[in-house]
Write a protein that binds this ligand. Structure first.
Ligand SMILES: C[S@@+](CC[C@H](N)C(=O)[O-])C[C@H]1O[C@@H](n2cnc3c(N)ncnc32)[C@H](O)[C@@H]1O
Length: 309
């Protein structure tokens, strides 16, 4: 870790107790206040204008507003015009409709058009700072512009993760910042796996509760590394070894989450027996710990061990 690097202040959580502009504090979002502070801070204080700021996905505009107001408040003499590139398809799928939290943040929007309308309403007046790429991410292309800040909140399945690697990770350069959401969500097991695979290209800055990890890019990722089909190239034993290589220096809680994610990883590789063995072990080890009750139940449901609710 190079503490002289321009991004090194990041290692000391400088965003932790900053005052947020009211607009950022109030904007509906699937982010907590520390995550909003982080996004606002990096756009205001760390953004040097050397590349794009990627906001993927934006939902009702919480991350967009946090980044855009931060960019507006950035005092450097830089070109700010639509430097943020924002992605979302604005489709209310079943899982979104079922989520109480999502419904609350959508403020009564029940159709896709109303969802998009909420985004427009929440981001009004900031359009000069962002360009919206509306539609399915998988239909988009990146033009190769360097990415200075990548806020990744869209890698909800393996195809979206692959797309992000191919288009956005490949445009990161040394010193660029990656803010990775969903990392400690047990169902998003491909995220730690990928970051373990890319360990030579990133330094961890911080694990933030509940689910975010902040990285600084150490070296640009070569194309052949990005293109590797991990499932075909690595055996399950190699994949598990890579996954577990993240454990040293992690809290007991984060290690436990990796244990649950490992069950999904086995199933992904088609080894259901191993998946169930690891799940039973995890259940025995973490039974009764409130933080894991939901994750273990979700894994059991997903593996068909209890009736899906
Ligand atoms: C967790 S939310 C993002 C939360 C947001 N960053 C905020 O500040 O509240 C994830 C978003 O990804 C979007 N999304 C999921 N799959 C997508 C796809 N294939 N293409 C484009 N957007 C997608 C969803 O519509 C959703 O709004």
């Amino acid at each position: 870790m190079n503490f002289q690097a321009p991004t090194s202040k990041l290692f000391f959580q400088p965003w932790y107790d900053i005052d947020l502009p009211q607009r950022v504090a109030d904007v509906p979002a699937l982010l907590n206040r520390f995550e909003k502070r982080l996004l606002y801070y990096v756009a205001k204080e760390r953004y040097l204008g050397k590349g794009a700021i990627v906001d993927a996905g934006c939902f009702a505009g919480g991350s967009t507003v946090s980044l855009a107001v931060g960019l507006a408040d950035n005092e450097r003499k830089i070109d700010k015009a639509q430097k943020i590139v924002t992605y979302d398809r604005f489709v209310l799928d079943d899982s979104m409709r079922r989520s109480e939290r999502i419904n609350k943040e959508l403020r009564g929007a029940t159709t896709d058009d109303e969802f998009y309308g909420q985004f427009r309403h929440n981001t009004a007046g900031l359009e000069h700072l962002f360009r919206l790429e509306k539609g399915d991410l998988l239909d988009k292309r990146w033009d190769g512009e360097p990415v200075e800040i990548l806020f990744l909140d869209i890698a909800k399945n393996w195809d979206l993760m692959r797309w992000s690697m191919e288009h956005h990770f490949s445009a990161l350069y040394p010193g660029a910042i990656l803010i990775h959401q969903d990392f400690a969500d047990s169902g998003h097991y491909w995220l730690p796996f990928v970051m373990a695979y890319l360990r030579d290209y990133f330094d961890v800055v911080e694990y933030m509760e509940p689910c975010t990890v902040i990285y600084i890019c150490r070296a640009a990722i070569p194309n052949d590394v990005i293109q590797v089909d991990l499932l075909k190239t690595l055996s399950l034993a190699e994949a598990l070894a890579l996954h577990n290589s993240l454990k040293p220096n992690l809290s007991a809680l984060r290690q436990a989450m990796l244990d649950i994610q490992a069950c999904y990883l086995c199933r992904w590789y088609g080894d259901n027996e191993m998946a169930l063995t690891l799940l039973r072990e995890a259940k025995a080890r973490y039974a009764g710990l409130p933080r894991f009750v939901g994750d273990i139940k979700a894994a059991e449901r997903s593996f068909g061990l209890v009736e899906a609710v």
